[in-house]
Design a protein around this ligand. Structure first.
Ligand SMILES: Nc1nc2c(ncn2[C@@H]2O[C@H](COP(=O)(O)OP(=O)(O)OP(=O)(O)O)[C@@H](O)[C@H]2O)c(=O)[nH]1
Length: 166
């Protein structure tokens, strides 16, 4: 669990790091069903991991709920000297699938906060209606609380300056 702030709203996110290995796939697929946002991550120093993304995308399409938000991540951006996948390749693939794209590094923290914030934003946008309902309710409750507070107060100067009852 982690709390991040997006557009002034505190959002508690639950993060699952699913295993990449084939033998855990049965379990991994069960996580897809409850996901609202998914990072598809490859390693920029591994062409093989990049090639695997297509397979991940088709798994997500098959098992994740419709409307799930996806972002493509090229991780280990700190390993420039070992790079096998160009940034443009990542951008290109992301474009093909209509995803946002970030190169990140868990070692230097490059784009970690940014990518989590962006995915959360996308999930929130997808649930905008629900969110608008919450906002309206919150502001109505606030207005009601203010009204109740005002009603309890003695009359202010504007009213007390009146000299008649009309
Ligand atoms: N240099 C560098 N190493 C990283 C980075 N992120 C992860 N690693 C290293 O990569 C190795 C694999 O990391 P994991 O987090 O186990 O990768 P994973 O994709 O979850 O692996 P699976 O559990 O098999 O799915 C570890 O040795 C990490 O320290 C990064 O951004 N830069």
């Amino acid at each position: 669990m982690k709390t991040i702030e997006v557009d002034g709203i505190k959002v508690r996110i639950q993060i699952w790091d699913t295993a990449g290995q084939e033998r855990y796939q049965t379990i991994t697929k069960q996580y897809y069903r409850r996901a609202q946002g998914i990072f598809l991550v490859y390693d920029i120093s591994s062409e093989r991991s990049y090639q695997h993304i297509m397979k991940w995308v088709s798994d997500v399409d098959e098992y994740a709920p419709e409307g799930v938000q996806k972002i493509l991540i090229g991780n280990k951006a700190d390993e420039e000297q070992k790079r096998q996948v160009g940034r443009e390749q990542g951008q290109q693939l992301a474009k093909e699938y209509g995803m946002d794209f970030y190169e990140t590094s868990a070692c230097t923290n490059l784009n970690i906060k940014e990518s989590f914030t962006r995915l959360t934003e996308l999930v929130l946008q997808a649930h905008r209606k629900e969110l608008d309902g919450l906002r309206t309710r919150a502001s109505n409750e606030l207005a009601l609380a203010e009204l109740e507070e005002d009603e309890g107060k003695p009359e202010g100067p504007a009213n007390s300056s009146k000299t008649c009852w009309c």
